[in-house]
Structure formats: C-alpha cells, structure tokens
Ligand binder design. Sequence first.
Ligand SMILES: Nc1ncnc2c1ncn2[C@@H]1O[C@H](COP(=O)(O)OP(=O)(O)OP(=O)(O)O)[C@@H](O)[C@H]1O
Ligand SMILES: [Mg+2]
Ligand SMILES: [Zn+2]
Length: 678
Amino acid sequence: MHLQEELKSRLGHAGFRPGQRELIESVLAGRDALGVMPTGGGKSLCYQLPALLKPGVAVVISPLIALMKDQVDALRAKGIGAEFYNSSLTEEDRRRVWQTLQAAAAGNSPLISKDGASQGSADTKPLKLLYIAPERMQAEGFMNLLTRIPVSLLAIDEAHCISQWGHDFRPDYRKLGALRSLLKPAGERVPVIALTATATQEVQGDIVERLKMDDAARIITGFRRPNLSFEVRKATGREDKFRYLRELIGQALEVGDGEKSGSAVVYCSTRKNVERVAEELKKAFRKARVGFYHAGLSDEDRAEVQDDFLSDRSKIMVATNAFGMGIDKPTVRLVSHFDIPGSVEAYYQEAGRAGRDGKPGRCVLLFNHSDVATQEFFIDQLESSNGDDSESESAADATALRVRTQRTMLKQLVRYAYATECRQRMLLDYFGDIEAKEVESCGACDRCVRAEGGATSEEADPALALASRQALSAVARLNSRFGRSRISEVLKGSKSAALIEAGLNQQKTYGLLSAWPMERVRKLLDALTEAGLLRVAGIDYPLLEITPEGVRAMKGEEPVRLGLGFGRVPAKGSYSSSSSSASRPSASSDPESSPAGASVGEEPMSVDSGLLLKLKTFRRDEAQRKKVPAYVIFPDKTLMALAESCPSDLDAMAIIPGIGPKKLATYGEALLELLGSR
Ligand SMILES: Nc1ncnc2c1ncn2[C@@H]1O[C@H](COP(=O)(O)OP(=O)(O)OP(=O)(O)O)[C@@H](O)[C@H]1O
Ligand SMILES: [Mg+2]
Ligand SMILES: [Zn+2]
C-alpha cells in the first residue's frame, strides 16, 4: 500500500505535512532521522506511522508525563495498541502494563484492549507504542524488562532537552545516548528518530552527537508559522499590562463562536504572578472560566485544569512554563507573555501554542525592562547553587556553563524585545532557518504592520536621526528629573508658566523641535524609549533617563535606529527638524547643533577591512581544521558584525547575530584576542 493510503486508513489524515513523508521514509528504511518542525507541525505522526508499519514495539521518550495519557488515549481511540508507563499510573495500571510488557518480552504478541483493560476481549490490539519518561531509565527492574522487548524504533520527542545549549536541558535525557545499544531490535537495527520544534543549529548538532545518530537524515522544515503574528508591547508596569491583557483577551474570546470560540494563554514567570494574574482576569472575565497552572499544584489539580482547558470548559489559562510543551488546543487565538521568558527558544515554543488550527493566532509579549531582573534572579540562583563544596569539579563546570548559556539566551530575548526589524524574520534567523532570507517583511508583526502605515526605516532619514540626538540630549541634560510631557515642552519651546518658572527655557535644548507638532515630539520620545535609548525610571512619577546605548547614540558613536513604527514625516520637510537647527549656530560639537546629516550614523558603520580580512583568515583556518564549509563556522554577516562592533568582552559578543552560546564558548576568547580586545 502507498504510504499516503496507510496514513489515511490508519490515522485518518488525507495528506502529509511538510517534512513528514521524508522523516517517515527514513525511519522505515532503518535510518536515523532528526526532525526539526515547528510547534504543531505534526511531529508525533512521524514516529506513530512507522511504529504501526514496522514489527515490534516503538519506544517513545517524552518528558511530558502530563500529556502521555492524552496521547495514548487518542491512539487507542483510533484502534491502536498503545501504553504509557510513568509515575502517574495507579498501582493497578502499572501491574497491567508490566504484564503486557512481560508478554512482549516472552515473544507473545502482547494484546491490549481499546480501553486498556484486561486482554482477551474481542477488541484487542497488539502493542505498537510504549511511551516512557526519561526518568524510567533509572529504574533497573524496568530497564531489564524493556531491553528484552523487540523494538521497532526509538523516538525521542522534545529532543532539545538533551542539549545543554538548549533552553530546557534535562539531565535524564543524557542517558538516552546509551539507550539504543541496550534495546533489542525487532528488525535489523533500532532507528532513532529525534524530534523537536526549537533547536538552533548548535542544538541540532548536539542532539545528533549525543544520540550517536551517525548518518542521520536531517529534515528541518521551516520554523515559520505564517498564521501567527508577533507583537511586543512596552508596558510601564503591572496596571499597564492588565490593561493590555483585558483588551487582548477580550478580542481573542470574540473570535469564532460556540465550540470554536477563541481561547487565550497567559504566561508568567513565577507561581505568584500566575495566581495574581488569574485573580485579576477572573474579575475582568466573569463568564469565561479562568484556569491556572504551575508546578506548585498537586498532580490531580494540574490534570484537572489542563483537562478543563483542553476540553474547552475553560477559555483562559494562566500558567508558568510548566504548561505548554506539546499542548495542542486548536482554538488558542492569543498567547500573551505577562513576563518575559528566559530565551527566544522558550518564547517561540510557548507562543507556538497559538493558532494550531492554522487560523490566525496572536503572540504578544508584554515587556517592561525591569522584568529582566526576575529572569536574572533565576540565573543567579542557579549560579549560587554552584557554591556547594560537595559538588565535583565537573558538575561545577557544567553549572557554570549553564549559567553562561542562560545569560546569553536571556540577552538574545531582550534583543528580540527591542528589535526594530520584522519579528518573524528575526525569529527565523535566530533558528538558522534559510527561509529567513526570503522574508523581507512578514506583513503581520507589529514592526511590519506599522511600517506599512506609511513609515520607512529611519536610517534613511538624516533629519530624523538628528532630531533624535537632540531629544536624547534634552533628556541627558535633565536626566531623571522630568517626565515625558515636560521634556516634550522643552524641545517644543513651550511658553508655559510652569516651565519658565522652573527655568527650563534656559536649557540649551529649549525649542530645538519648535517646528514639530507637540504630539510628534512626544511620539519621538516614546520611540526612543522603545528603541532602548531612553528608559522610564522613577517610582511615583515616570521620569525619563538616558541609557548607556542612548549616550552612545547621542554622541554619534552609534547610529540611531528607531522602530519602523515612528513614521517618516508625511510631506518631505513639512516639519523637518532641520528648520529649527538651521536657525542656530552649527559649529559647536554638541550633538543638538550639528548640521543635519553631518554626524549622523545612518550609513552602515565603516568596517575596518584589515580586521575583516583577519577574521576571514581565522574562519578559513577553522573551517579547514574542522573540515567543514566556512559558512558553518560563521556566516559573512557575523564577521561583518564582529568587525563593525569590535566587541570588547564576551557579553558584548554574545549579542552579535550568529554567535550562540556554543560558538561563544568555542571561539569567544580567540576572537577577542584577534580583535585586539585582550
Ligand atoms: N498530515 C496531517 N494532516 C492533518 N493533521 C495533522 C497531520 N499531521 C499532524 N496533524 C495534526 O496536527 C496537530 C499537531 O500535531 P502534533 O501534536 O504532532 O504536533 P507537534 O509537532 O508534536 O507539536 P509540538 O511541538 O507542540 O509538540 C495534531 O492535532 C495532529 O493530529
Ligand atoms: Mg509534540
Ligand atoms: Zn514582520
């Protein structure tokens, strides 16, 4: 029978999704395979179908104990013999599964019934899939039994958990490298199929290495989820976030109706926040049930809230990252992060819960820079757990590595939050998806949508870059003393009594943007804040202050890059800032009075070609040493960025595109030396 017919008759799907056929064919041919497919891309099917077509039992490793039951139930409902064995089983079920496995080991066709009850009824099926959690490998008795069963294939779901470079490293996964050789093949050998949605190239390499998948077929389908839109909303605090959430969730619930009406997931970084946010949302949405989920709940409570949400009895789920991986509710229309997660991988994985039915899903990160501190705190805790003397040196090294990796990952997420380019493209780029190059603009993220509202890149607008420097200067001179309105008044040259009384009309920056409408001056300050050049400080009253990046931009050491959201002036020159600066002497070296276009850094920074050559030679040597093509070491883009920014330490290097934690660890020091920073 054709593969497609098998798919239809056994699992009821009409056709394959991208990548599925290739992965399945590879496993059927006995070859190892690594599949990187987006969340919801249909990875499960890639081991389920071969499991049904090959003799023996497929062993499926998954960290998601809470989901195993659902997966097994769904298979049984299709008449497929499947079991799971984990800590959540009752004593009775455990005994039953054990007996089934013993029968398999003894060479009897182990039959299990549709509802998992005892054997022998008319409705029995042979056992084809066995789901286990990686912890099981520590149980000697179980392993003894497992290694006597004829195995068709070994599937490793959520395979990124094996890698320390990944965002969800689980030490138990490390033992999987040895598992295959212990298993008894039903055919010639036991092919391994490793699946994940979130693996950078480094993590992919690590998976292949750890699982000893020689000559594995690698099938990396696009990371792109074209039906998802990505947004980052800068929030000034908790209240601001609640305001956004109420609006976003309200919209999500209105999509569709009845069975099909939309659901929303809100992610928080701590249990306390989960409960607080759930409380707040219960008040706002009295009719929709709000569930919350975190690792502090009992197993039963967690199973219940998860079940309520999946079966649509509740529409809103507030959760920590304990909830998510593998959750497949089709009608989730919104995934909003109330707090930032620890990495881009985690973010993409969690956001990937939206739009699983292929219809539009919104992914909105509510961002307040001070939230970064919470994540930093988690990392610090990990680091301080390292102080234990009883730990062996290698364990201490491993922790230090984790700490460094996590800091890098957090920085990359922060970079995402402040990014001014298309978010979809940035995410694809992060995962090394070649499709990233083809995405000029996704047309759906906040950056693209606003850009289509008539704005263009500010880099092409020297007058605006100058105005930005003037505004930065105005803030720098009054650092942390005034808020947005007062500073706008200064720039506008307002004659308000309060302003004059405070002597602010004496400021050098007074009236620099007098030709601009007030509203636009305020928007410029917002855009500078959003770009990370200014930040809002102050407890009782939001005061503007300049950030270190802002200082560099003000001095012209770095180009001003505003979000595409800050539109170019509609009619060229209609309220261009140059009219105001032209009325002032332009000889001074102060940024606010330099002539338009002279010192602005909109041109790409000039690259030291000697340095670039040195970097290229370094790359060539490394590529020859490792016998890989040069671009595998670093793409051109990364070398350019290195030469351009000349990072002075590892932290600064970590945020350069193309330098992930592993590359940083491998090449960081050597590069610093080469760049003359050591
Ligand atoms: N070929 C197909 N045709 C139609 N539907 C499919 C096909 N393959 C998978 N699906 C459906 O897509 C949904 C997502 O599949 P699955 O849970 O395997 O995704 P996943 O890739 O494992 O995602 P995650 O990374 O979130 O675990 C399921 O409802 C599944 O039934
Ligand atoms: Mg899955
Ligand atoms: Zn976009």
